[in-house]
Write a protein that binds this ligand. Structure first.
Ligand SMILES: *[C@@H]1O[C@H](CO)[C@@H](O)[C@H](O)[C@H]1NC(C)=O
Length: 161
């Protein structure tokens, strides 16, 4: 990803967040831009890719959704919490949809034979962004905040809550 694409991506994330509070929470400056480039690199493209960051990102998303849910309602059942977590991380649902809305398929680096708009590919990159934020800041909380800012900005509300 060159710096122009990166600026575009960050601009997009900002532009899609309507509330100024969400905006300030989205304001995350990467110390190590290489992490964001890695997040935007599919395994079909190179050895340096987003597979591992994507696993971290998925865990960050699951943990921030769980925390927010239980903070809102400590009486929530395990079944209901599981349903929410599953919904937010389902590949075919919010994960790929939000990733597509962000335009990740346009900046993702994939091999010539790989379709960058495939839900699994977009979803992996979307998750990897939050993994990259967590590694860059050393705090998964930061990645969780960026997740909510992007998510609520795109949906106009927090997902399923
Ligand atoms: C790429 O994948 C998307 C989503 O699955 C699909 O709509 C599109 O037709 C595919 N493009 C090509 C060239 O196969």
């Amino acid at each position: 990803m060159d710096s122009r694409q990166l600026t575009f991506f960050i601009f997009l994330a900002f532009a899609l967040c309507p509330s100024s509070q969400a905006l300030s929470r989205t304001h995350f400056n990467f110390q190590n831009i290489g992490l964001l480039r890695r997040a935007m690199t599919h395994a079909s493209f190179s050895e340096e890719n987003n597979k591992a960051l994507s696993i971290l990102g998925e865990r960050v998303i699951e943990s921030t959704v769980s925390l927010k849910s239980l903070t809102n309602d400590i009486e929530m059942s395990a079944k209901e919490l599981n349903r929410l977590v599953t919904e937010v991380s389902k590949v075919e649902a919010s994960c790929a949809v939000v990733g597509m809305k962000l335009g990740l398929q346009r900046v993702l680096r994939v091999s010539a034979k790989t379709n960058s708009s495939t839900p699994a590919v977009v979803c992996g990159a979307f998750r990897a962004v939050f993994g990259a934020v967590a590694v860059d800041s050393g705090k998964s909380d930061d990645a969780g905040s960026v997740f909510w800012a992007v998510h609520s900005g795109l949906n106009g509300r927090a997902v399923a809550m």
